[in-house]
Design a binder for this molecule. Structure first.
Ligand SMILES: Nc1ncnc2c1ncn2[C@@H]1O[C@H](COP(=O)(O)OP(=O)(O)OP(=O)(O)O)[C@@H](O)[C@H]1O
Length: 247
């Protein structure tokens, strides 16, 4: 398997507190990696470190073993191919779904002013159509985004991220607040997003969902890697039961 993301000996500190402590792991292309762990384990801080929102005091994070993300600024990390979805959807509620995807397309890559005001290319139109299919909203191009359900807004935002054609997709609690049927559809969507040229990292507290979508699970506790492996092994590991699942 080809490694997409390498986290190598990473420490993130806030004052004297180590929110992430000497953490090392990698994520392969074509796989979904779930990061789980109790509140305060450092999951969000880890995504902040990968995306350049928090600076790393030790260690490095690389994409494709050659692009050192820890040396880049947040917008450069996006351009390098790392897309992040925050827990709360941040779509443009007053615009249609098509307009949301078009806007995301335009901000996703460095474009000249001329390109911003020109019609999308055939390749871009194909990407938009394919994305509508992927998120299961192909018949809703002209719907106003503000009228969507919570789950549909999350799928639209995932669609907006796909406009960047990210090589690494980071999803922070994608099913929080969703109904059971929306959660199920999100699991199907993540399965569809798996591709040989993409790695997916999901932070989630819903263990049933994690079991459905994740190829590999990383358990964090106190900013350190407690256990990693397949969910069936991880969930019966006594250390994981003690600090997280048994609570
Ligand atoms: N900006 C900050 N300044 C100081 N401490 C912080 C900051 N951000 C996070 N922390 C601390 O770092 C630790 C890890 O927080 P983080 O939000 O990464 O945990 P988490 O695993 O995402 O938790 P949750 O599941 O509750 O979202 C916590 O103890 C938190 O209080």
């Amino acid at each position: 398997m080809t490694e997409a993301l390498q986290v190598d000996g990473v420490t993130v500190t806030f004052g004297t507190f180590r929110a992430i402590n000497n953490l090392t792991f990698h994520v392969d292309y074509g796989t979904v990696c779930a990061i789980i762990g109790p509140n305060g384990a450092g999951k969000t801080t880890l995504l902040d470190a990968i995306t350049g929102k928090s600076s790393v005091s030790n260690g490095c994070i690389t994409l494709d073993r050659r692009i050192e993300l820890t040396k880049l600024q947040e917008p450069e990390i996006v351009l390098a191919g790392v897309g992040r979805k925050f827990q709360k959807p941040s779509i443009f509620e007053a615009l249609t779904l098509m307009q949301n995807l078009m806007l995301a397309l335009n901000v996703s890559k460095r474009r000249t002013i001329m390109e911003l005001f020109s019609l999308p290319t055939a390749q871009q139109v194909a990407l938009i159509e394919q994305t509508f299919e992927t998120i299961g909203m192909a018949d809703q191009h002209d719907q106003i985004a503000g009228t969507l359900s919570h789950g549909q807004k999350q799928w639209l935002e995932i669609g907006m991220l796909l406009m960047q054609e990210p090589r690494v997709l980071l999803l922070d609690e994608p099913v929080a607040g969703m109904s059971d049927s929306e959660t199920e559809r999100t699991a199907d969507l993540i399965a569809k997003l798996k591709s040989p040229d993409r790695a997916i990292v999901v932070i989630e507290h819903d263990m049933e969902f994690v079991e459905k979508v994740a190829d590999r699970v990383i358990v964090l506790d106190g900013g350190q890697l407690l256990v990693e492996g397949r969910m069936d092994a991880v969930k019966s590991d006594p250390r994981v039961v003690e600090v997280y699942l048994g609570r």
